[in-house]
Ligand binder design. Structure first.
Ligand SMILES: Nc1ncnc2c1ncn2[C@@H]1O[C@H](COP(=O)(O)OP(=O)(O)OP(=O)(O)O)[C@@H](O)[C@H]1O
Ligand SMILES: [Mg+2]
Length: 276
């Protein structure tokens, strides 16, 4: 990959609704609170990350990740920092919009189609210590681009049987990308999310995950519990301030746990300006 000191994390699972978006935000905000310059990239045409961080009309944003990736595909000049939004929690966001779904189809026929995102990120990496890629719930072209551009993969998994079924396919895809196009790619770990550990189902499924994958992949020790407050925060659209309630399962604690677990590099000496 390139020489920059920036680490790129991809939150990936083709299963929908397993907390990829919430995990990406928690990781990004957690790292930002520890002093790192962080960019979250919304790679999902649903634009859930964009909306939940407070930009409720993503289709009205003049520049999104779709705009930038199209420039790469068309080999046109562009300013890589254009369109990046500043959130009050000191993370930056490259937003998404529905336009991304059209672009994904366009990318299928592009030259070097797996490297479009990587080319774009090359221009922004010098400004950040960490970039978090919030992937869509597919193993399609956008997720392959994310895996081609990432250093580390975080796999959020809900402890349910249906979630476990897709894990082998996901790990096979990561292994393929690693062997074919991105040798530096590593799985940082499996993060158990939306867990109600009081149920037998969750405990049994966690057991299955440990037995099947624990020998080859790190499984983060603390499952993220199901917390109504998180659900409520998403429903409220996040706003410009991230919830800071201090309950047992607060997002602050999740931010902290995840950001401590994901060994980022030192905060850079030159910090970019921050605004809300
Ligand atoms: N710890 C939690 N407790 C309760 N609800 C949660 C928790 N984490 C996430 N959720 C909720 O679960 C839903 C799915 O989360 P999220 O959008 O992060 O999943 P996703 O994997 O990104 O989904 P998609 O595959 O559609 O992109 C959201 O409504 C979110 O608010
Ligand atoms: Mg999502």
């Amino acid at each position: 990959m390139d020489e920059s000191n920036c680490r790129v994390y991809a939150c990936v699972n083709q299963k929908g609704g397993v907390a990829k978006t919430v995990t990406s935000a928690n990781l990004g905000i957690g790292l930002a609170r520890r002093g790192h310059n962080v960019l979250i990239v919304d790679l999902d045409s649903q634009a859930n990350q964009t909306v939940s961080l407070g930009w409720r009309q993503p289709d009205e944003l003049p520049v999104t990740i779709a705009t930038q990736l199209l420039k790469v595909v068309e080999k046109k000049p562009f300013d890589p920092m254009a369109g990046i939004l500043r959130h009050a929690e000191s993370v930056h966001l490259m937003p998404s919009s529905i336009e991304l779904s059209g672009l994904e189809m366009r990318m299928v026929n592009a030259m070097s189609r797996e490297f479009v995102l990587r080319s774009y990120l090359k221009g922004v990496k010098p400004h950040y210590d960490a970039i978090v890629l919030d992937c869509p719930p597919t193993l399609g072209m956008m997720t392959i681009n994310a895996l081609a551009a990432a250093d580390r993969v975080i796999v959020p998994v809900q402890p349910e049987y249906l979630s476990v079924i897709g894990m082998t396919q996901l790990f096979d895809t990561v292994a393929l990308v690693k062997s074919e196009i991105n040798p530096g790619l590593q799985i940082e770990g499996v993060l158990i999310t939306l867990a109600n550990m009081r149920t037998n189902l969750a405990r049994n499924t966690l057991d299955i995950i440990h037995k099947a994958y624990g020998g080859s992949v790190r499984i983060f020790p603390n499952p993220i519990p199901y917390a109504t407050k998180v659900k409520e925060a998403s429903a409220e659209g996040g706003g410009t301030r991230w919830p800071t309630h201090r309950g047992k399962h607060s997002r602050c604690q999740e931010n902290r746990a995840l950001s401590l677990t994901c060994s980022p590099r030192r905060p850079s000496a030159t910090r970019i300006s921050r605004s809300g």
